[in-house]
Design a protein around this ligand. Structure first.
Ligand code: 8YV
Length: 319
């Protein structure tokens, strides 16, 4: 049976199904994880990766590696170009999480705009009875223009929902998309000038790092709402905290942060934020579907000769 490395714990489904077809090495169960990896490194042909940083130095350890199956649609923790140069295929888990993530994006938008978390805190603290009604919210969805950064599968599912809520949609991405009627803006700055609600669905990595900072917040203006469901690194978090503190924008709803699981205290103290612990895809239904896709990619490669969902940098067949 081919040897698979599982560097960190994954869904029980992955462990169960992989162990039927592969020899699975789980260093986190060993008293000497480093020693265990060193003893099998030449045998490892596949990696089932959840939250593992893969760069050239990491790849150097495994001379016979063929495939890395990532648990997650975002694979910014894996240097896919370095993998491509070595002929190592990278796969991710697209589609199966789209609807759940889009739901959470809308939940964050509603919670942030209508201050639902603060309203609930008000009730739980006994303030409704003691002090009366929760103050009227300055924010409302009515008349809002949503600028989506990253109109991929998840971005489109959010747009679909937002249209049903009566929002006007526009977008920015690497390029204008054929067959998409929403207005396109060639930069985040131009998009921010045209909208008041910024929905960030962009992938992580160097290309998008701190794409949203002080000038973008100023362009959004005092009614501005920022929602981030993609990767925390896309936002300059320090600049966001300042913009929220001084009223440059109205509020922010965040599912992702620059240095998870660390969330700066300044952000946690702000009443005009809604903060979630990266739960976009975190239902049992969706996480099981993602886990199954990790398994299917490894089984597909080793039993049928082709992965199910290779990433763009490592297409199959190779170009
Ligand atoms: C992952 C995510 O499940 O898919 C992604 O890119 O961000 C999440 O859905 C999460 O990173 C895994 O812990």
């Amino acid at each position: 049976m081919p040897d698979i490395l599982m560097p960190k714990p994954m869904q029980p489904l992955v462990e169960r199904e992989l162990s039927e077809k592969f020899t699975v090495h789980q260093p986190f169960k060993s008293e000497d994880p480093e020693g265990m990896i060193a003893s099998v490194k030449d045998d490892i042909v596949g990696i089932a990766a959840g939250g593992v940083d893969v760069d050239d130095a990491y790849l150097d350890q495994f001379p016979n590696l063929k495939i890395i199956a990532n648990f997650g649609v975002g694979y910014d923790s894996i240097d896919a170009n370095a993998c491509e140069k070595r002929g190592v295929i990278v796969t991710n888990t697209p589609d199966v999480l789209t609807e759940d993530v889009a739901d959470i994006a809308m939940a964050l938008l509603l919670s942030t705009t209508r201050e639902l978390s603060a309203a609930e805190r008000w009730l739980r603290a006994g303030n409704w009875e003691a002090k009366g009604s929760f103050p009227l919210t300055r924010g409302s969805l009515r008349g809002r223009i949503m600028g989506i950064v990253g109109l991929g599968r998840i971005g489109k599912a959010i747009a679909h929902r937002a249209e049903a809520f009566g929002l006007t949609i526009c977008y920015h991405g690497r390029s204008k998309q054929d067959g998409v009627a929403y207005p396109y803006y060639p930069s985040v700055m131009a998009l921010a000038e045209a909208c008041d609600t910024l929905m960030l669905v962009a992938p992580g990595g160097e290309e998008t790092k701190h794409m949203v900072g002080e000038s973008v917040f100023e362009a959004l203006g005092p009614e501005g709402i920022v929602i981030n469901i993609g990767r925390g690194t896309v936002i300059d978090e320090a600049a966001l905290i300042k913009a929220l503190q001084d009223g440059t924008i109205l509020g922010a709803g965040l599912d992702v942060f620059e240095e998870e699981p660390h969330v700066p205290e300044a952000l946690r103290k702000l009443e005009n934020t809604v903060l979630l612990p990266h739960v976009g895809s975190a239902s049992q239904f969706t996480r099981n579907a993602m886990a199954q896709l990790v398994v299917d990619n490894l089984v597909g490669w080793f039993e049928k000769g082709h992965p199910v969902t290779p990433v763009a940098e490592t297409p199959f067949p190779a170009k």
